[in-house]
Design a protein around this ligand. Sequence first.
Ligand code: PPS
Length: 279
Amino acid sequence: MPMGFPAAGFESGLRYVAEPGDVFVCTYPKCGTTWMQYIVYLLLHDGRPLAPGAPLDLAFPHLEEVGREVVAALARPRLIKTHLTRALTPFAAGARYIYVARNPFDCVVSFYHHTRGFPQHYDFANGTFADFFECFVSGEVDFGDYFEHLLSWSALVDAPNVFFVTYEDMQADAHAVIVAVARFLGEKAESAARNEAVLASILDAVSFKRMAEDQRRWSSARPKDQPPFVRKGAVGDWQTSMTPSQARRLLAAFDERTVGTFAAQLWPEIIAAVRRYSS
Ligand code: PPS
């Protein structure tokens, strides 16, 4: 857990009892959580944006940060963010779970910038990518091992109350993902997505450009010399930070950990590019 998160929030959050109607956005850190949260928020609020500067996490809190009392006090449907593995996440058949996966190569780069940029959570302001990479491959980062998390949720890809999508799918066709999420969320969201003007306004509000304009909605302040929270929003950024040897090691971990699972097939083009780069 990040240092700035109270242990009591974590302990209490684990004891939250999920209810029918709850909507969880479940991710490993830096995999598109905030982007998906805002899509869900807008679909369930007729596309009406948050007021400028109004923080998203009041309406859509992070379960293991704030604890169960804060979540239980939310208006229904409760909108809940979590970075917990499936085994730790409060689960109910009538609750909905949206899982966003991101390829580990871009995830580690994004996570590195995140970790440097929150001195209140990490003693890592001067850390190097090489240092962070070692922490990441050994699972010694917030919320533990990337692969354990991914595999815990990808095992549920066919569950009726789980919607599994990738950050890369969202980048490739945000429109299609928003419509599919609306279908998953049910009538209120579907009717918002059926209205062309509302759908267009949601697409605009969740574009990288718009979300980058209002950083305080998504995150506490970061030091001036660090990139903002909504940072680059790219697929393939890994090549700018990772040496061929690092890429080879993370690829070996990907191959070993995902073999024979649904997750092994998730990013064929990226995996092929990493193989070329690292060979
Ligand atoms: S956190 O801290 O775990 O909740 O972070 P999370 O929101 O999961 O991930 C942050 C990354 O998502 C990118 N992002 C976006 N990409 C494209 N479009 C939109 N609208 C968008 N909003 C956030 C954000 O820039 C982080 O990725 P990187 O690679 O660092 O840019």
